[in-house]
Design a protein around this ligand. Structure first.
Ligand SMILES: [Mn+2]
Length: 321
């Protein structure tokens, strides 16, 4: 398809014939798939499937992240006409990326959701695609970690967050966005000593052995040095990146359930992510965007950029091989 033909087409989410390539559809029009990728359940030939997990019943404070995937998709429409800044390659043109849509589940059965997520994400991985998730509250990461550990073994996790999410919780029927990392560590799907939590600025005396690079360290040492530390901790281990948007300061991401001051700037997060290039990232997510509290849309824009960076990180390592 010529560039001119592409520009005349609309609704690329459904009409695009090639899974690869940029999109020049009017940003303000048409059906909003993530980055205008094809919206499909057919994973044949797909390198990365992006899927939404619109679940928010595990929050301790303000809800609304069930509306996150839709808002992040819409905010992503600003990006797919140019190669992503600073990478030197266009992940959208080199890899087949599809929008797999959202997971179906019964909203009235929250205790079933983590297992459903593991099944949903596991199905994507079994089809031979990698998976990038749009949340949803942070509890959705638990099922994602289980699915990835099932395929790749125990994982290093790189967690951007204001909170460690390792508060003790030994009740298997509870679903809680503040305790899922405790459960994931106890289950053995993550390896705390080869994992790192970045941007933390709430107190939790029991670290469970996770490495913590708190927000003050990011401000003191700068994002390049923080990325170096992450490489030292994670090494060549298979890893999963989970980005809670509340890692960013409320000035940059107000639309989230549990905002905490003193956080990362979007610049610091962008530099850290770019400097993680080379890690063996198997999958990732961006979570905790709550559109009802996102009065300017800035939070969804930040999350859409994080989503793009996750695709770039995955592609970088496959490209190098
Ligand atoms: Mn979190």
């Amino acid at each position: 398809m010529s560039l001119e033909d592409a520009k005349r087409q609309i609704d690329h989410a459904f009409t695009r014939e090639d899974l690869k390539g940029p999109s020049f559809e009017n940003v303000f029009a048409g059906a909003p798939s993530f980055l205008r990728r094809k919206y499909t359940k057919d994973l044949a030939g797909v390198d990365i499937a992006v899927t939404g997990l619109p679940f928010d019943q595990a929050v301790t404070n303000r809800p609304g992240t069930r509306l996150g995937p839709r808002a992040i998709r819409e905010a992503s429409l600003l990006q797919p006409c140019d190669a992503p800044y600073g990478w030197g390659y266009d992940v959208l043109s080199e890899f087949a990326i599809a929008d797999y849509g959202d997971m179906a589940f019964d909203y009235a059965m929250p205790s079933e959701v983590p297992a459903k997520i593991a099944q949903h994400v596991g199905g994507i991985l079994d089809a031979g695609a990698a998976c990038v998730v749009l949340g949803g509250d942070h509890s959705v990461t638990h099922g994602c970690l289980r699915a990835h550990a099932e395929k790749h073994g125990p994982l290093s996790v790189i967690q951007f967050d204001a909170h460690t999410d390792t508060w003790a919780d030994d009740d298997a029927t509870r679903v809680d966005h503040g305790t899922f990392m405790y459960k994931a560590a106890k289950e053995g799907v993550v390896v705390p000593e080869r994992s790192v939590q970045i941007g933390i600025r709430t107190d939790n005396p029991d670290t469970l052995g996770f490495n913590i690079l708190d927000a003050r360290q990011v401000h003191r040492d700068g994002p390049e040095r923080i990325a170096e530390r992450v490489h030292e901790i994670v090494g060549a281990q298979p890893c999963y990146i989970t980005f809670d948007i509340d890692a960013l300061d409320p000035a940059f991401a107000p639309g989230t359930g549990t905002p905490v001051w003193g956080g990362l700037s979007s610049h610091q997060a962008a530099v850290i992510l770019r400097h993680l290039a080379g890690i063996d990232m198997k999958g990732g997510d961006v979570v905790e965007v709550s559109p009802p509290f996102d009065t300017t849309g800035a939070t969804a824009v930040a999350a859409a950029h994080v989503g793009m960076e996750l695709l770039c990180l995955w592609g970088w390592t496959r490209r190098a091989r």
